[in-house]
Design a protein around this ligand. Structure first.
Ligand code: IPM
Ligand code: MN
Length: 363
């Protein structure tokens, strides 16, 4: 198949990990007889430097016309002045909103070979397979902000329609998994959470009676996630809770550098695929960042935007095999020899090769 993929490398380690994922996508395309084009555009800090704004019009248009978007990361100390008028992160929020990407899928599956890298005891991690569905275009991230000399406010707002659509995504995903949804809120305090809980209960009862639904307060969720992670299947939550809980969940997998994500809108619309980690300015430019989260995001791109399930699994199996072979970057390596970003990418390419020849089309 043919596909136009827009690449937004962004800032910090973004360009390094995005380049690795593009290399892997090219290898998959040539092995499976697909023709992908890759077009780079600016977003975040680099876009502020070059165009004076974090989401230039050309970037937005290119994303809207693409079949899928692969993103590295945005942000960095250069643009972090607390009084700055424009920030790199605004570019990311604006493109999520412009493309209507309300459902952010963040799978968490600790890999056996990386268990030592996790601060959590190994016996708690065996068999953990969680999919966090984070609402991505509403809540406190997007409410009105005010700032005066001696006070500031961020409004948290959710409409019924916004909650319904992300809930349906979560329930549908649970149908294809173990049939359980945990909806996370702070309904003992927040009005938006009470609405969230009401809508979750109604959608569950009326539209997905065969899926088990439980409600969990976010503070105890933060604890249970580490104490009994095997209990969870699909976790659905609002924007900021999802942001925080998934950084926490990355510790189950051993490194923030292992978690991919897919940001999806309505069926048939373009999606953005990006690692959940940030731009890691402290290690940027050194060629040592872990590329696996972005490579696994590329697998999600093939699955969700291009419908190439088999190819997606090839990438996922290749990353697993690379981890099995202890092809670790510094975040995972411990005292062992750490690979560079390029070497880790090569390890995935080798594992793709090792999967053997691809049957010709039609076979
Ligand atoms: C993420 C990031 C972003 C977010 C930042 C960079 C705006 O932390 O994708 O998790 O908070 O959504
Ligand atoms: Mn985050």
């Amino acid at each position: 198949m043919r596909a136009d993929i827009v690449v937004l490398p962004g800032d910090g380690i973004g360009p390094e990990v995005a380049a690795a994922a593009v290399t892997v996508l090219k290898a998959v395309a040539s092995r499976h007889g697909h023709s992908f084009t890759f077009t780079e555009h600016d977003i975040g800090g680099i876009a502020i430097d070059r165009h004076g704004e974090p989401l230039p019009e050309a970037t937005r248009l290119a994303c809207q016309q693409a079949d899928a978007v692969l993103l590295g990361a945005v942000g960095g100390p250069k643009w972090s002045d607390p009084n700055a008028k424009v920030r790199p992160e605004q570019g990311l929020l604006a493109i999520r909103r412009a493309l209507g990407l309300f459902a952010n899928l963040r799978p968490v599956r600790p890999h056996p070979a990386a268990l030592d890298a996790s601060p959590i005891k190994a016996h708690l991690l065996a068999g953990v397979d969680i999919l966090v569905v984070r609402e991505l275009t509403g809540g406190i991230y997007f409410g009105d902000k005010t700032r005066t000399e001696d006070a500031a406010s961020d409004l948290c707002r959710y409409s019924v329609a916004e909650i319904e659509r992300v809930m349906r995504s979560a329930f549908r995903l649970a149908q294809g998994r173990r049939g359980k949804v945990t909806s996370v809120d702070k309904a003992n305090v927040l009005e938006t959470s009470r609405l969230w809980r009401d809508v979750a209960t109604r959608i569950g009862r009326e539209e997905f009676p065969e899926v088990a639904l439980e409600h969990q307060l976010v503070d105890s969720m933060a604890m249970h996630l580490l104490a009994k992670p095997r209990e969870y299947d699909v976790i659905v939550t609002e924007n900021m809770f999802g942001d925080i809980l998934t950084d926490e969940a990355s510790m189950l997998a051993g490194s923030l550098g292992l978690l991919p994500s897919a940001s999806l809108g309505l069926e048939g619309k373009v999606g953005i695929y990006e690692p959940i980690h940030g731009s890691a300015p402290d290690i940027a430019g050194k060629g040592i960042a872990n590329p696996y989260a972005t490579i696994l995001s590329a697998a999600m791109l093939l699955r969700h935007s291009l419908g190439l399930e088999e190819e997606a699994q090839c990438i996922e199996r290749a990353v697993e095999a690379a981890l099995d072979a202890k092809a670790f970057t510094a975040d995972l390596a411990g005292p062992a020899q750490a690979l560079s970003t390029a070497q880790a990418c090569d390890a995935v390419l080798e594992q793709l090769e090792a999967q053997g020849t691809v049957p010709a089309l039609g076979e």
